[in-house]
Design a protein around this ligand. Structure first.
Ligand code: EPU
Length: 419
C-alpha cells in the first residue's frame, strides 16, 4: 500500500488547476445508461471512483475509454441490468445505476451498498421514491431487486434532500410515463448539472437547481456531449491548504460561486480571498481566527470539507466547534489529527477544537477520501515528517494531489509498497 511522506512547514505559493468534479461525473456516467449511443464528457479526472463506475458500465455491456480527461462512453450494446456486490462494495455511488437500469430495462438487480468507514448510509429514500413511481422492490440475498413494466410519474416528497436519492429518482423519472414532482430535492451543483445533462439528452426537467423538480417523462433519450463542472470540494481543499500553510495561491478552472460557504468561513478566519470569473485566490498573513462550522446541504457548508476545516482550526488562535449534521459519525480523522498534536474533544457530532500554534509530524492513517485530505493538510503545516498511510482513499477523489501540491511548493512524496 502506498503512503505519502510529507515534510511540513513550507509556505504554498503558486497556481493550481482544479479538476472536474468526481461527484458530478459519477451520476452523469450512470445517466448514459438511459440512451443508446456515444457520449463524450470532457473535464473528467481519471480517479479510481470514475474508473470503478466505468468498470460497472462495462459489466453492463457498455464501452468506456479515457482520452486524457475526456471520457467516452458507448451504450449501444448495453444488455445487463445487474450491479454486482464486488463493485458496489468498493463505491457506494454505484447505487446511481439503479434508477437508470430500472427506467431502461424495467428491471434492475443492484447490490445493496453496505455501511462505510464512518457508519451506515441507508438508501431508503432511493427505494421509497422508486416505489412511488410504481416499482416493485424486494431485497434478496443482499441485492435490491426492482421490477416495473414502465415507471409511472408520481409525487415524491423527500424526508431529506439526499443527493443520491434525488439523482436516482431524477434518472428514473425522465423515462417514466407522465409527470413526476420531486419536493425537497437536493440543490447541490452536481444534481443541477445532472438535470442539465439529462435535458441535453432530451429530458424535460423544470426547476433545475431548485428544491422542487418537475419532470415530464419522455419515451426516448439520445446521447450527447458535455463539459463536466469543476470540483468544488477539491477547490475548497486547496483553499484550506493555502490557509493552513500561510500561503498565497490561485486556483484556476473553478466555479467560485460553488465555493461561497467555504470562502465566507476562510475570510472570517483571517484569510484574504479574491474571486474572478473562474478563479479564486487566497492569501494568509495574519493569525488564524477560530471559526465555528456546521455542515448542511448546499448552499450550506459541505460535509465533504468538514475534516479539512478541523485540520485548519487545530492551528487557530482559540476554540472552535465543528458540527456535522449530514453524517453524525464522520469523525474518524479526529483521532489521527490528535496524533499530530491537535487538541480535539468530541461531544456527540461536534468536534471542539482548541487551536494551538503548532502541530508535530507523526505517522497517521487515512480512513476515507476527505479524512485523508485533512491529514495531508495537517502534515503540510506540521513541524517535521508526517507519514500518511492507506492513501488509496485519496486516489478515489483527488486527482494527482501530490503533484499539484508539489507544484506550489509542498514537500510531499508518494512511496510505493510500504505500510
Ligand atoms: N440518507 C438517508 N437515506 C437515504 C439517503 C441518504 O437517510 O436513502 C441520509 C444519509 O445517511 C446522510 C444524508 O441523508 O445522513 C445525506 O446523504 P446523501 O444521500 O445526500 O449523500 P450521498 O448521495 O450518499 C453524496 C456524495 C458524498 C457527500 C454527500 C453529502 C457522491 C457520490 N457522494 O453522497 O460525497 O458526502 O452526498 O453531500 O456524490 C465524498 O465525495 O467523499 C462523499 C462522501
Amino acid at each position: 500500500m502506498d503512503k505519502f511522506v510529507i515534510k511540513g512547514g513550507n509556505r504554498l505559493k503558486g497556481t493550481i488547476r482544479i479538476s472536474g468534479a468526481k461527484n458530478a461525473a459519477l451520476p452523469l456516467m450512470a445517466a448514459a445508461i438511459l440512451a443508446d449511443g456515444s457520449f463524450k464528457i470532457n473535464n473528467v479526472p481519471a480517479l479510481t471512483d470514475v474508473r470503478t463506475m466505468g468498470k460497472l458500465l462495462q459489466i453492463l455491456g457498455g464501452e468506456v475509454s479515457f482520452e486524457n480527461d475526456t471520457l467516452h462512453i458507448n451504450t449501444q450494446k448495453l444488455s445487463s441490468f445487474e450491479a454486482p456486490y464486488e463493485l458496489v462494495k468498493t463505491m457506494r455511488a454505484s447505487i446511481y445505476v439503479l434508477g437508470p437500469l430500472l427506467a431502461k430495462f424495467g428491471k434492475a438487480r443492484v447490490s445493496l451498498p453496505g455501511g462505510c468507514a464512518w457508519g451506515p448510509r441507508p438508501v431508503n429514500l432511493h427505494l421509497e421514491g422508486l416505489k412511488a413511481l410504481g416499482a416493485k422492490i424486494t431485497l434478496e440475498e443482499g441485492y435490491i431487486i426492482a421490477n416495473v413494466p414502465r415507471l409511472k410519474g408520481g409525487k415524491i416528497a423527500l424526508d431529506f434532500p439526499s443527493v443520491g436519492a434525488t439523482g436516482n429518482l431524477l434518472m428514473a423519472a425522465v423515462l417514466a410515463k407522465g409527470e413526476t414532482v420531486i419536493k425537497n430535492a437536493a440543490r447541490e451543483p452536481d444534481i443541477a448539472f445532472l438535470a442539465e445533462f439529462l435535458n441535453g439528452m432530451g429530458a424535460k426537467i423544470e426547476g433545475v437547481g431548485e428544491s422542487v423538480l418537475k419532470i415530464q417523462g419522455v419515451d426516448n433519450l439520445t446521447s450527447c456531449s458535455f463539459n463536466n463542472i469543476p470540483d468544488r470540494i477539491e477547490a475548497g481543499t486547496f483553499l484550506i491548504a493555502g490557509a493552513i500553510s500561510e500561503g498565497d495561491i490561485t486556483l484556476t478552472n473553478c466555479q467560485p460561486n460553488h465555493c461561497d460557504s467555504v470562502i465566507d468561513r476562510l475570510t472570517l478566519a483571517g484569510c484574504t480571498v479574491e474571486t474572478a470569473n473562474d478563479s479564486i485566490s487566497i492569501r494568509r498573513e495574519d493569525d488564524l481566527q477560530p471559526v465555528d462550522v456546521t455542515t448542511g446541504v448546499y448552499p450550506g457548508y459541505p460535509t465533504d470539507l468538514q475534516a479539512q476545516w478541523i485540520a485548519l482550526m487545530s492551528l487557530a488562535k482559540g476554540v472552535s466547534r465543528i458540527t456535522d449534521h449530514i453524517y453524525h459519525d464522520r469523525f474518524t480523522h479526529v483521532a489521527e489529527l490528535m496524533r499530530l498534536g491537535a487538541d480535539i474533544r468530541m461531544k456527540e457530532n461536534t468536534a471542539i477544537v482548541k487551536g494551538s500554534a503548532r502541530l508535530k509530524g507523526a505517522q497517521v492513517m487515512s480512513t476515507d477520501i476527505r479524512a485523508s485530505a485533512s491529514l495531508i493538510l495537517a502534515g503540510l503545516a506540521a513541524e517535521g515528517r508526517t507519514d500518511v498511510s492507506r492513501i488509496y482513499h485519496i486516489d478515489r477523489g483527488y486527482y494527482k494531489i501530490e503533484e499539484k501540491l508539489r507544484s506550489i511548493g509542498g514537500d510531499i512524496e508518494r512511496r510505493a509498497g510500504t505500510l
